[in-house]
Design a protein around this ligand. Structure first.
Ligand code: PGA
Length: 254
């Protein structure tokens, strides 16, 4: 039985004051005990949120990190620095980082290994672009990306990883994948994991869908057996919407 995981990805949104406003609206009582609830905030809000979310049902995540512990990498943040703050999750290889910051499969793999080595749980993003989808290359692309994520990773380590299948054309466009298509691709990702690190890991790893998930469509994704939650950008920015998503992640048959 995999625990569903709903992660908000705030991207480059929210000052500390805005994060405080959001946190103040989270109820003390757990809104969805069966769901792991994560908020991936910008670096500048992490210290504040770590304090604020301590001893609450919400877990804290970052949106990127460097693979080295320290060094001459101006502007970068290391896994040690995140760990020290009490961060538990880190998004790695988001398509916006692959696209705008030239993150390669190899860089993603190095970051995944570094996160695991420091006890941070990576939420690793994979997904095809619109052109790749139209060329019928979805399976090939997610296979390549997933195999790269898992290169040199043991079966025990792999179980700590969360994968987010995010078709690039569905991110921030209001145009989500159909739940059926997402479930099918996620099933393929699970088979790639089985081939690379073994069936036990493939059955344990949580795989989220991401791309225009909203409170009114989350239940349709959760209804499919291979979809273990969602990584949500735009609809995670208000507390009301985030809380609806979290509740929606328990909605069907779990
Ligand atoms: P979106 O973004 O929910 O705004 O489409 C998802 C993501 O980029 O993780």
């Amino acid at each position: 039985m995999r625990t569903p995981i709903l992660a908000g990805n705030w991207k480059m949104h929210k000052t500390i004051a805005e994060a405080a406003d959001f946190a103040a609206q989270l109820p003390a009582e757990d809104p969805a005990p069966g769901v792991e609830k994560v908020i991936c905030a910008p670096f500048t809000a992490l210290a504040f949120l770590a304090e604020k979310l301590r001893d609450t049902p919400y877990r804290l995540g970052a949106q990127n990190m460097h693979h080295e512990e320290q060094g001459a990498y101006t502007g970068e943040i290391s896994p040690l620095m995140l760990k020290e703050l009490g961060v538990q999750y880190v998004i790695i290889g988001h398509s916006e980082r692959r696209q705008y910051f030239n993150e390669t499969d190899d860089a993603v793999n190095r970051k995944v290994k570094a996160a695991l080595a420091h006890g941070l749980k990576p939420i690793v993003c994979v997904g095809e672009s619109l052109a790749e989808r139209e060329e019928g290359r979805t399976e090939e692309i997610v296979r390549r990306q997933t195999e790269a994520v898992l290169e040199g990773i043991t079966e025990t380590e792999a179980k700590e990883i969360v994968i987010a299948y995010e078709p690039v054309w569905a991110i921030g466009t209001g145009r989500s994948s159909t739940a059926e298509d997402a479930n099918q691709t996620i099933g393929q990702i699970r088979r790639v994991i089985a081939g690379k690190v073994g069936e036990t890991a493939a059955q344990s790893i949580r795989i989220q869908y991401g791309g225009s998930v909203k409170p009114d469509n989350i239940a349709s994704f959760m209804a499919y057996p291979d979809i273990d939650g969602a990584l949500v950008g735009g609809a995670s920015l208000t507390a009301d919407s985030y809380l609806s998503l979290v509740q929606g992640a328990t909605a069907v048959g779990r």
